[in-house]
Design a protein around this ligand. Structure first.
Ligand SMILES: [Zn+2]
Length: 133
């Protein structure tokens, strides 16, 4: 079985993980319109580990920036839609899907925190309760 080494989305480079996630023009556009900082010469680069290090450790502590795992995921999914269905997803749709999913995840985390009993409830012992009549 022959495997085409060229990127199916742009045809301009070998389809490495770094190319697909960070260097392919549609991926670059998605990063450019995302809230993730993209300082020149720092991110994205031609080095996968540098790019991942930037995302994991260099981003400011800001809840708007925690959407990057979903952006990686939706860039990957856009690549797969192209490979398996020949569908093109534009970078704006990719970014909006990532933001939507990140917000849904955050909402569930908030809901889970609300449903969790406060720690004091676990310490409650009815026999400790003093009733004065
Ligand atoms: Zn490409």
């Amino acid at each position: 079985m022959r495997v085409d080494p060229l990127c199916v989305r742009c045809g301009m480079g070998a389809e490495t993980i770094n190319h697909m996630l960070f260097e392919c023009p549609p991926a670059l556009q998605a990063w450019a319109i995302a809230p993730i900082p993209t300082p020149p010469q720092v991110f994205p680069t031609d080095a996968l580990y540098s790019n991942m290090a930037h995302l994991f450790w260099n981003l400011p502590d800001n809840e708007d920036l925690v959407m990057y795992p979903w952006l990686l995921w939706y860039i990957w999914k856009a690549r797969n839609y192209k490979v398996f269905s020949n569908d093109d997803y534009n970078p704006q749709d990719v970014m909006e899907s990532a933001v939507t999913e990140a917000r849904a995840w955050a909402a569930v985390q908030t809901l889970n925190q609300k449903m969790t009993l406060p720690k004091i409830c676990y310490k409650y012992n009815p026999e400790d309760k003093i009733l004065n009549f």
